[in-house]
Design a protein around this ligand. Structure first.
Ligand SMILES: Nc1ncnc2c1ncn2[C@@H]1O[C@H](COP(=O)(O)OP(=O)(O)OP(=O)(O)O)[C@@H](O)[C@H]1O
Ligand SMILES: [Mg+2]
Length: 349
């Protein structure tokens, strides 16, 4: 079966994981075989999805037939990637190498790239009508899209080429001839055996080049075909991240002409008519009216900046209301989606 892919991106804390889960519940209730790949869900949401103790492998969500969930396990994905692209003995060496561990921990593109490989696996399993991918918050979701390219550049890039020789050496002998003198010289200048020590590691790393280049291209293709959904709230920091997505990304992502504003305050807060006629003592009425007036100003402020944002980027705007309690059960997630019918329309029929 061919899998429709929805990628949920946006800044930190805007509700990516919640809306990914809500869309997935909605899809499963339309009888679509659905998998949601989430990143670090809040504990109660993880409980509801049954992913609390799970990793990359999808498991059935207990109270929602047709829905499966996996939780992105970055370090397991990273190891799987190494095993996929390296010869067995090289994989073992790399995974035991402290430099390699550092790379996995410190190079953000490495983690996002591993997430991308995981996404590709799920798509290629051809098991799903719909795959909903919740992305890591790094770089407002842009990192997820940029990661395959960055990873390819890093592995095939100048630095590694300079250190390990011009062509990818099939045998260590080549590097002994080409790179060792350069490394020796560098070590003399830097006053330590550092580069010589990392040389073997770099050679091993470089042997991943072909596998990773090839895979990165496949991931990029999957990403171009996927539907991105950009989520934000009406506050400056997440909106800056969302803006980056529309301004910096374009050709790597599938086209998006929609922005989702999550946690939107009720429009009724602009209306103090509700207080009229209610039996409320005068001082309390005054206090309530003053509060409502302040909230009304905030709702109007948010309304204006949302309109400006949508107009500037020629976007259609979908608003998801703020829920009084965090939506963590399957039913609450379905309820959240039902309160934003336009978002539901993004699901395949
Ligand atoms: N519409 C909503 N109404 C009320 N609370 C919400 C809504 N959407 C999300 N939340 C709450 O906001 C918090 C952040 O949501 P969530 O974890 O989904 O965001 P995220 O974008 O995935 O965060 P991160 O960037 O840390 O991964 C959670 O406590 C969640 O329950
Ligand atoms: Mg999240």
């Amino acid at each position: 079966m061919s899998t429709k892919v929805v990628v949920i991106t946006g800044g930190g804390g805007v509700g990516k994981t919640t809306l990914s889960a809500a869309l997935a519940v909605g899809a499963a209730r339309r009888n679509l075989q659905t998998c949601v790949v989430t990143v670090d869900p809040a504990k109660r949401l993880a409980d509801a999805l049954g992913v609390e103790t799970l990793g990359n492998h999808p498991t059935a969500v207990a109270n929602q037939p047709g829905l499966w969930a996996a939780m992105l396990d970055v370090s397991a994905s990273w190891e799987a990637m190494v095993h996929r692209h390296a010869a067995p003995e090289v994989a073992e060496r790399l995974l035991a190498d402290p430099f390699f561990r550092t790379l996995a921990d410190r190079f953000p593109a490495a983690q996002s790239y591993a997430a991308g490989e995981q996404m590709a696996e799920h798509i290629e399993s051809r098991r799903w009508d719909l795959l909903v991918v919740d992305t890591p918050p790094a770089g407002g979701g842009i990192d997820f899209y940029a990661a395959p390219g960055r990873m390819r550049e890093f592995i095939g890039g100048r630095l590694l080429r300079w250190l390990t020789g011009a062509s990818i050496p099939g045998r260590r002998a080549i590097y002994k001839v080409t790179a060792r003198p350069a490394l020796k010289l560098a070590d003399t200048v830097l006053g330590g055996p550092l580069l010589e020590e990392v040389a073997d590691f770099l050679m091993d790393l470089r042997s991943l080049h072909d596998g990773i280049s090839h895979r990165a291209a496949a991931i990029e293709l999957h990403l171009r075909r996927a539907t991105p959904i950009v989520v934000t709230t009406a506050y400056p920091t997440p909106m800056r991240e969302a803006r980056r997505f529309f301004e910096d990304l374009p050709e790597k992502a599938g086209k998006s002409d929609t922005v989702v504003f999550n946690k939107q305050l009720p429009a009724t807060w602009t209306d103090s008519a509700a207080l009229r006629g209610a039996e409320i003592e005068a001082p309390i009425r005054t206090a309530l009216r003053d509060n409502l007036t302040r909230w009304a100003a905030e709702v109007r402020r948010q309304h204006d900046i949302k309109q400006q944002f949508a107009a500037r980027h020629e976007l259609h705007m979908i608003e998801v209301p703020w829920a009084e309690s965090a939506p963590t059960s399957v039913d609450a997630l379905a309820g959240l989606l039902a309160s934003a019918p336009e978002l539901e329309e993004h699901l395949p029929a």
